[in-house]
Design a protein around this ligand. Structure first.
Ligand code: NI
Length: 147
């Protein structure tokens, strides 16, 4: 069984986040007219994340882009990013790297290949410590291109 008796029961859990992140999240909710119910906003984000996950198509051909923002000073992050990418040379079609400021880099990878490999690559890169923002957007699949 999961974390509760009945699947629909509300469960309280505590989460540690930087204060600045929480302030920005509250401001975002206020802009959307959702202020005052932080829990509902977090529930929405959790559901959206699960829906995105369910749309993964590991057996299909996928075309997409992976966007990352990271601080290149973080440990051996750049070496690890490099090492992982060298294992996916068939999937990475092109890379764009922009030095945003003294610390931060923006990197965009154009990807093409079997879904399972693309998602595996994205998961590995985005899990690295120091990658602040990362998002995989799948632009199309083989079935879309047939149209
Ligand atoms: Ni850079």
């Amino acid at each position: 069984m999961g974390a509760c008796e009945n699947p629909g029961d509300l469960v309280r859990f505590s989460v540690a986040v930087p204060g600045e992140l929480l302030s920005q999240f509250d401001e975002r909710n206020a802009r959307r007219g959702e202020s005052g119910n932080r829990s509902e906003a977090i529930r929405d984000l959790m559901r959206a994340s699960l829906v995105r996950e369910s749309l993964r198509t590991p057996d299909e051909q996928v075309i997409g882009s992976l966007t990352m923002i990271y601080d290149h000073h973080t440990g051996d992050l750049t070496r690890r990013l490099d090492e992982i990418q060298h294992d996916y040379t068939h999937e990475i079609v092109s890379t764009l790297h922009v030095h945003l400021d003294h610390a931060n880099c923006l990197e965009i990878l154009a990807l093409k290949g079997q879904g399972a490999r693309i998602y595996e690559l994205a998961d590995k890169l985005l899990a690295l410590r120091g990658v602040h923002h990362g998002e995989l957007t799948c632009a199309a699949t083989e079935s879309c291109l047939d149209v």
